[in-house]
Write a protein that binds this ligand. Structure first.
Ligand SMILES: NC(=O)c1ccc[n+]([C@@H]2O[C@H](COP(=O)([O-])OP(=O)(O)OC[C@H]3O[C@@H](n4cnc5c(N)ncnc54)[C@H](OP(=O)(O)O)[C@@H]3O)[C@@H](O)[C@H]2O)c1
Length: 360
């Protein structure tokens, strides 16, 4: 059954959606609901016909770590999307307009919305127009990784032209955006990555490359520190690398900042990973007079989405300075294989799902 809205666009009452019904790995936690309701809208929200969605580690991490009573399941999976406005709901936006955006965790819990559905209900503050030169499968993954990198470098790191930045994890989705933003700002950028990614990363014009698979980062950087120590270290891996922080005085400016995407344990039962995180917590809180590290450490706060930040990120795309990197594109009924890919932690850029089979 379908209804027709005032703008002549046909909107069905039910849709296909991947719904998280319980805590666990994607194969246990997800149900492909062929009859999920198309959401109704509140004031200030629009209905998006999703063309493509993309994955972030936060999706499978929360699925596996957080119990139902905290996440208020069931709700639709994932956060990043691009699509067209199906119902502008009196907001002044134009039906049919192409947009991209994302649904933060808090909003997902409140509204049960996610991006792995044919339709999603989102506030207008969470979307921006899609550049005409981006295909839907390219724009799908800009949201969370892009905003994370943007918030880290521009809002918190306050990176300036000529400053020296180290990106730990240049080939992560977050890292690829961070490098491009930093180069657009005019910073010098050194990255870590595995040797096989060096040519790819040098393609962005990075100034230095450290192969993390050869020797620990802190050993390599202590042996050959940069001529000008880093003003900002941005950890886009989130692997709670304790010695990389505790040795950072050797390669980071006294007033520099070690900024990390929030590291979480690989699982509550993974003892080494939990202990490592506890050790990191101890080190970042250890006072200087007790042998603490004389450098600032900060973890990125939970993202607050604002239109201003989305527009700031979009400007880099619109001006041709930021091109999303796509690792792979999966079809909508192949979502479990897409989870396998992102969970391998070997993806180079975004793992994308084509929700609308006609999306490029
Ligand atoms: N995506 C987001 O929006 C977002 C937001 C907030 C926080 N975070 C956090 O940020 C981290 C990265 O997320 P992501 O989506 O960008 O990850 P991702 O794209 O899935 O990361 C995969 C990449 O990480 C590289 N890698 C793995 N271990 C590495 C290491 N020790 N050093 C350097 N590179 C390494 C892999 O390269 P090789 O195969 O060559 O090793 C691969 O290219 C995660 O901890 C995530 O929870 C992400």
């Amino acid at each position: 059954m379908s209804t027709t809205n005032l703008n002549g666009l046909t909107i069905p009452q039910t849709q296909k959606a991947w719904v998280i019904v319980k805590m666990g790995k994607p194969r246990e936690a997800l149900v492909f609901d062929q009859n999920a309701p198309v959401p109704s809208l509140s004031e200030g929200e629009v209905l998006i016909k999703v063309q493509a969605a993309a994955f972030n580690p936060v999706g499978y991490k929360l699925m596996g770590l957080m119990p139902n009573f905290l996440m208020k399941r069931p709700h639709v999976a994932e956060h990043d999307f691009t699509g067209v406005i199906a119902d502008a709901n009196g907001t002044g936006l134009t039906p049919g307009e192409a947009v991209w955006g994302f649904i933060p965790v808090g909003l997902k819990i409140k509204t049960k919305q996610g991006s792995l559905a044919q339709y999603a209900r989102v506030p207008t503050s969470h979307i921006v127009p899609r550049s005409p030169f981006l295909k839907p499968t390219e724009a799908a993954g800009l949201g969370l990784a892009g905003m994370t990198a943007y918030e880290a470098l521009v809002y918190i790191g306050k990176l300036e032209p000529g400053q020296n930045l180290f990106v730990n994890g240049g080939s992560t989705a977050v890292g690829t955006v961070a490098i491009q933003i930093a180069k657009a700002i005019g910073a010098k950028v050194t990255v870590s990555g595995s040797g096989k990614r060096e040519d790819f990363l040098r393609g962005f014009g990075v100034d230095g490359f450290v192969d993390y698979t050869k020797e620990p980062l802190h050993v390599q950087l202590e042996r050959a520190p940069p001529p000008v120590k880093f003003h900002l270290i941005f950890d886009a891996v989130g692997d709670a690398n304790v010695p990389f922080y505790t040795h950072s005085a050797a390669y980071m400016q006294p007033n520099g900042l070690y900024l990390t995407v929030a590291p979480v344990p690989a699982g509550w039962t993974n003892l080494p990973s939990v202990l490592n995180l506890l050790r990191l917590t101890f080190e970042v809180n250890r006072p200087l007079w007790l042998g603490g590290t004389p450098r600032r450490w900060q973890k990125l706060p939970v993202m607050t989405v604002t239109k201003e930040k989305l527009q700031g990120l979009a400007r880099f795309v619109d001006e041709g300075q930021l091109k999303p990197v796509v690792d792979s594109v999966f079809e909508f009924d192949d979502v479990l294989a897409a989870y396998d890919r992102i969970m391998s932690q070997r993806a180079l850029g975004k793992v994308v799902v084509r929700v609308d089979p006609e999306a490029e």
